[in-house]
Design a protein. Structure first.
Length: 132
């Protein structure tokens, strides 16, 4: 874990990629552990959304700093990850935890911020990645 964090500060590595991979690995480990301990619902409703929000904000900062070209891709991916769980809860008719609602709000704010600060780059990246 510490060596991965040290790689974040080196120029030749994509910081957003490493950060996103760490967030996914930590989330999976926490979910697996909480399933066996008995806190699966608590972790799914409160801990995982906080990890997602932290990753979204970190990737937004990295994308605005303009470290690498793929940073914006990971920002858009994280924004999607912030929005999709809320949509799943809404379609399934289940009550949405407040942390997932906050994650949705942060996603919308960050995507608006990305469009405001780097509008043309965001649109070009969406067109390039989704062949629109």
């Amino acid at each position: 874990f510490e060596f991965g964090i040290m790689k974040l500060f080196k120029k030749k590595y994509n910081s957003a990629r490493i950060l996103t991979i760490f967030a996914v690995i930590v989330s999976l480990l926490i979910l697996g552990t909480s399933y066996f301990v008995g806190y699966f619902e608590f972790v799914g409703q409160f801990v995982i959304p906080i990890i997602v929000i932290g990753t979204m904000i970190s990737n937004f900062i990295l994308a605005m700093a303009g470290q690498a070209s793929n940073t914006l891709v990971y920002l858009l991916l994280n924004l999607l990850v912030g929005i999709v769980p809320y949509m799943v809860f809404y379609v399934s008719g289940k009550e949405t935890a407040i942390c997932w609602c906050i994650s949705l709000i942060v996603s919308v704010i960050l995507i608006v911020g990305a469009i405001i600060f780097k509008g043309r780059v965001v649109l070009q990246e969406i067109q390039k990645r989704f062949s629109v």
